[in-house]
Design a protein around this ligand. Structure first.
Ligand code: ADP
Ligand code: MG
Length: 248
């Protein structure tokens, strides 16, 4: 239940403990012993070059990839212990190119997880309408469209609406605005910041774009190869004394 004393924070803490992934056939780990604590309601950006293991970390949190070693806790619960439906309730996931199902309408895409977790029809319908409005898309106009009938920026908005539909405390975003033009990207970033002021989820936002990281992050984790942490601090502190070539 939301608690009035938590200042509107609806997110849950995330803790990574010695999280490691070595893919079969690889000698070096893709993610090598990362430990990190993310506060409830924090927008944490993980920034690092391509191949530094960012997507692998998110997929481990989301249990799309099994860790070789280490643990992930969400609100003190080990996610490896959560069943798939419980996990969908806890974690929203938005990715580049939106990941929308092309054969489903906008409304069907957004309704997917709420239906899966057993919401009744009226509640799902009301929620789809609420989510479309939240991301700035007029429900009457976009309800029945298919993803191909939307611009790239609109697809990303629907992707965010879908990720938030079941009201999860945690939102994982993997380069969600990577495929759109710079102007649309800036407006999506603004929207995300506005949403976050309202919703106060715990968001892990992955990007290879340092400017995007600075713009969005409450705190930023700068990753080197194999997801080794070069720096973990506020945007202000990182700009004041960058620890890494990637940052300076
Ligand atoms: P990033 O998202 O930072 O670009 P990734 O997490 O996608 O990095 O990849 C990290 C490393 O793991 C890369 O070297 C990549 O080739 C490797 N990798 C990612 N997924 C797999 C996989 N399914 N099988 C084998 N290697 C993988
Ligand atoms: Mg990636």
């Amino acid at each position: 239940m939301p608690d009035v004393h938590t200042d509107g924070v609806s997110g849950a803490a995330i803790t990574l403990e010695h999280l490691t992934k070595t893919f079969p056939g690889s000698t070096l780990p893709a993610v090598d012993d990362i430990s990190l604590h993310i506060e409830p309601g924090e927008l944490l950006v993980m920034v690092g070059p391509s191949g530094s293991g960012k997507s692998t970390v998110l997929k481990m949190i989301n249990r799309l990839i099994e860790p070789t070693a280490g643990r992930i806790l969400i609100a003190d619960e080990d996610v490896t212990g959560i069943d798939p439906v419980g996990l969908r309730r806890k974690i929203g996931y938005a990715i580049q190119s939106s990941g929308l199902f092309p054969h489903m309408t906008v409304a069907q895409n957004i309704a997917l997880v709420p239906k899966m977790i057993g919401w009744d029809k009226e509640r799902v319908t009301a929620r789809v309408e609420e989510m479309l409005t939240l991301v700035g898309l007029e429900p009457g106009e976009y309800w029945k469209r298919f993803p191909r009938q939307l611009s790239g920026g609109q697809q990303q908005r629907v992707g965010v609406a879908r990720a938030l539909a079941a009201d999860p405390p945690v939102l994982l975003m993997d380069e969600p605005f990577g495929a759109v033009d710079p102007i649309t990207r800036a407006s999506l970033q603004d929207e995300l910041l506005r949403l976050q002021r309202e919703l106060r989820k715990t968001i892990v936002f992955v990007t290879h774009d340092f400017d995007e990281a600075i713009r969005l992050g409450d705190r930023i984790v700068v990753l080197r190869e194999r997801s080794r942490i070069a720096q973990f601090d506020t945007p202000q502190a990182i700009l004041a004394s960058p620890a890494d070539d990637f940052v300076s």
